[in-house]
Design a protein around this ligand. Structure first.
Ligand code: FMN
Length: 364
């Protein structure tokens, strides 16, 4: 059924403006049957941040920004879904066009700029889920015009704590001017102090909700040293590596579209994001688990992320080019890899290639 839906819908979606295609996909997901999802094989289960993931394949932030369809996405086979980025107040984002498909590169450039219905709308939807179950993380960000950006994150943590399986502190989107400066040592130290303090405030009501930090793949390695050091000092529960890149690899074929401002995702991001993941893994020294994102569109790319240091993976752009069937394809390939290696869990594969990857020449 998923396969059929994919085959029928993909030519139509590709013919549409990318943003219209996305809006249509969200509408269509409302009609996913409310049947129980098939259970994943126990070998794919992952325990991380104190949560039990049925499988390690998650939907990355940005697809369901306003928490409209997390349960439909879980029923389609994702092991977890990250909604957001949610900002405290509604905001329109940048003017259209602001989303570009680089078809021959299997990449996307976006400069959406945190278009968000705001916290109240997303919170209402997540609260209405009740006890649906499933892991739904909430990715949080600051309003573009905020005068106290750290305060925005802290307030979102306090209000979403009762409904979030985990939080992602997104300081890595390239489309809100100055946002990525929050990755610099002093600003990051202050931000994490306030976020974790807010988590403490909410703890009595909501228990200890895990807090993850999502970074850009464009960080210089000395800034990565700082970011990982500060994350460790504050005992964050994990990191996501990472967001879209402002770099434009020389190999891109869609030269005109490559000139559009914004963050590049998908296949052309894979090498850089995987290198940064391995660099983060060697610096984290097992202090917390990592989620690998950037260019996953198949079983082999998901396995490469795990070997580079990812305990869990996330994808978004791979869905655009491969359709939802890519999720079950990845799960099948992960099971086959476990069988081949006579392993009964993915944990022993995590980071097995990280040292080798960090010794390679820097990806161009
Ligand atoms: C259209 C689009 C919108 C995105 N919006 C967000 C967002 O709101 N917050 C965020 O943290 N990441 C956002 N991302 C980044 C993704 O979550 C992911 O980190 C990145 O795209 C790399 O994964 P991919 O190559 O599988 O797409 C967005 C990506 C795309 C393509």
């Amino acid at each position: 059924m998923i396969d059929l839906f994919d085959r029928l819908s993909r030519p139509l979606m590709r013919a549409l403006d990318p943003e219209d295609a996305h809006a249509l996909a969200i509408k269509a997901l409302r009609y996913v049957p409310v049947s129980r999802r098939a259970a994943d094989p126990s070998e794919l289960a992952v325990r991380a941040f104190g949560l039990n993931f049925p499988n390690p394949v998650g939907l990355a932030a940005g697809f369901d920004k306003n928490a409209q369809v997390p349960d439909a996405l879980l029923r389609l086979g994702f092991g977890f879904v990250e909604v957001g980025t949610v900002t405290p107040l509604p905001q329109a984002g940048n003017p259209r066009p602001r989303l570009f498909r680089l078809d021959s590169d299997e990449g996307v450039i976006n400069r959406l700029g945190f278009n968000s219905e705001g916290a109240t709308a997303a919170l209402g939807r997540l609260a209405a889920r009740g006890n649906e179950g499933g892991i739904v993380g909430v990715n949080i960000g600051a309003n573009r015009d905020s005068v106290d950006r750290a305060g925005d994150y802290a307030r979102l943590v306090e209000s979403f704590a009762p409904v979030a399986s985990y939080f992602t502190v997104n300081v890595s989107s390239p489309n809100t001017p100055g946002l990525r400066d929050l990755q610099q040592a002093k600003a990051l130290d202050d931000l994490l102090a306030r976020v974790l303090d807010a988590r403490e405030q909410a703890r009595r009501r909501s228990g200890p909700v895990p807090v993850l930090l999502k970074i850009a793949p464009d960080l210089a390695l000395n800034d990565l040293d700082d970011a990982v050091g500060i994350a460790r000092k504050h005992r964050v529960d994990g990191m996501i590596v990472g967001n879209t890149t402002i770099a434009r690899p020389g190999s891109l074929r869609e030269r005109d579209k490559a000139k559009e401002a914004g963050g590049l995702s998908g296949r052309p991001l894979f090498k850089l994001a995987t290198r940064m993941l391995a660099e983060t893994f060697v610096r984290a020294e097992g202090a917390f688990p990592l989620i690998g994102a950037g260019g996953i569109d198949s079983g082999p790319t998901a396995i490469a992320k795990i070997k580079a240091g990812a305990t869990l993976v996330q994808l978004y752009t791979g869905l655009v080019f491969r359709g939802i069937g890519v999720v079950s394809e990845i799960k099948t390939d992960l099971l086959a890899a476990l069988k081949r290696g006579h392993r009964n869990s993915l944990a022993s594969m995590v980071g097995s290639d990280a040292a080798d990857i960090t010794a390679e020449s820097w990806p161009s």
